[in-house]
Design a protein around this ligand. Sequence first.
Ligand code: ZN
Ligand code: ZN
Length: 326
Amino acid sequence: MQGDFYIDPWKPVNRAIITHAHSDHARPGSHYYLCHHFTKPLLQLRLGDNNYESIGWKETVTMNGVQVSLHPAGHIIGSAQVRVEYKDEVWVVSGDYKTEDDGVSTAFEPVPCNVFITESTFGLPIYKWKKQEVIFSDMKNWINDNHAAGRTSVVIAYSLGKAQRILQPLAQTGLPIFAHGAVFNVHQTLVNNGWQLPLVNRVAFETPKNDMAGNIIIAPSGAESSPWMKRFAPYSVGICSGWMQVRGNVRRKNADAGFALSDHADWEGLLTAVKATGATKVYSTHGFQSAFARYLNEQGIEAEEVKTYYGNDEEENIEEPSKPAS
Ligand SMILES: [Zn+2]
Ligand SMILES: [Zn+2]
């Protein structure tokens, strides 16, 4: 490639540009990483000390004559779309994105381009998210009901992204919030870097059971089926994931409640985003990329699917087991 850099490389490279700190996009072993300022401490947390350079939104860096800038993707804190300009042609690599403003991540901004590489995790028309206020209010009601019945609410949310997004609504219940270590480490990193987030306590070995009883626990996917959960009994489990929109997935995951809250764009969001770029060529990756590309072609937008390794981050892992065949 002319610019001599790779975006979210799967293998170690000389120069990597990282869209966001989820594990399927930010891989260890590269010599140099360029990311947004907000992403840098998260990369340090997850990949350890390395050669990181960070820039602000829309700041341009030139690499071998190629102009590179980062633009908000609205997926998680620091998540960016990468705009690449060379000889009057503009490509934008979306990374993961969502079009709804979650109040924590910098809100998605469409970037005009000739070629748009879009994610398509939920690229089927059946995926249509409710407004987050509606989902948050369902969550709060569920938590209050659990509390009244003397049960602890265990909310399953991936540690980087959704765990921060749900904090404000959870705090509105007035109940103390506790977090699994994986969630707490991300939380602490963000707080240390100046993010103002509601108070979260770590679930430690010595934390008295009575302190947590009837209150809120945030845990990553996988914890719901581990012995770690025993200390919270009696409890109810609620899973936050876009896949919870599909009937039967709540039961299949042995959860008591499902909240279809996703940090990826739904079908409408993907279409809106693609059209807003004005791109004449679209490549789709992640999830339902072939269905989405087919639909765009039918709409007169030239599109092709790209197969990648992406789509195995913590978020998508919650969702993957129950994913319908595409
Ligand atoms: Zn992601
Ligand atoms: Zn991803």
